[in-house]
Design a protein. Sequence first.
Length: 355
Amino acid sequence: MRFIGTVIEKLQRHPKRIVFPEGTEPRVLQAARQFYSLRLGAPILLGDRTRINETAKELDISLEGIRTINPAESEDLDNFARRFKFLRRYQGGMKGFEARDAVLQPNYFAAMMLAMHQADGFVAGARQVTASVLRPLFQAIKPAPHISTLCSCMVIEVEDSRFGENGVLFLADCGVVEDPSVEQLADIAVATAQLARHLLGVRPRVALLSFSTKGSSSHPSAGKVQAATALAEQKALESKLDAEFDGELQADTALVPEIAARKLPDSKLGGNANVLIFPDLNSGNIASKLVRHLAHANAYGHILLGLDRPAADVSRGSNAHDILGVAAIVGVQSVDYQKLYPGAGEELPGGEGSV
């Protein structure tokens, strides 16, 4: 709670509106109740109002301060469908009734609320696969200006404060890009470093991980990490991001100063990385779940990076506390999202091609 407590304090000063498409899910209802009780802003639940009310009654949860919307009954439905139909990627390819059928789905309706600035952040995934969460977002929300790679990040907080930044580590990509290219891996490293800087206010120390440390293997995958490290340094310099990058590194070299001293005495990070970048989705997703369960760590994610508006895809294994934490992080991002992505959120989806 050390890390998420500071996030909550920040959001209490600037409350925000977070939309939760899974309004009848008990864990989401519990998180929404806590979100409002902690004065973090206005939670918005989507779904059948009768079912939401019944579930809340079963759980003895008050809906005071929580807004509920049934997309099928919303006065915004037709407007959302019309705007969605004319999104750039659908020009000439979607009929009006198809757009309306899409927006009737809570995830699409929530994505349009985000696009239309009727919500400040989006949190879903408690009972849906990642593709069902990402597809509406990627169709309704354009990438932030100058962003070519959309990815995700897990924020992990372990009890042992010797690791990362007082126990806080940023892990990426654990949810979106399956087999990143050199360019994508560099983008992931820079985007995650920017988020770490934004949330922690410290200099990111970024380790690009491999099964090899500094040429101990000549495998092409290790070479990809080496190239991505150099490119990430260049991209960070161009974007004036003050961060340290090193790779390719094995995980123990990145995290344990004594081991780093033996394996790589001249390491830029000295075994004190607070951002870990994985070479592919397999390693990132597996590692994040192992850390969460074996170390009984608090895990908040997946925070989506590179979209024009803040959003997150939570794990189906998340509890109410995890969902609350993710919502708080998304809310804090929305407070000054343009610091992360200058120019983000400035355009509203008006007519053709505006999103």
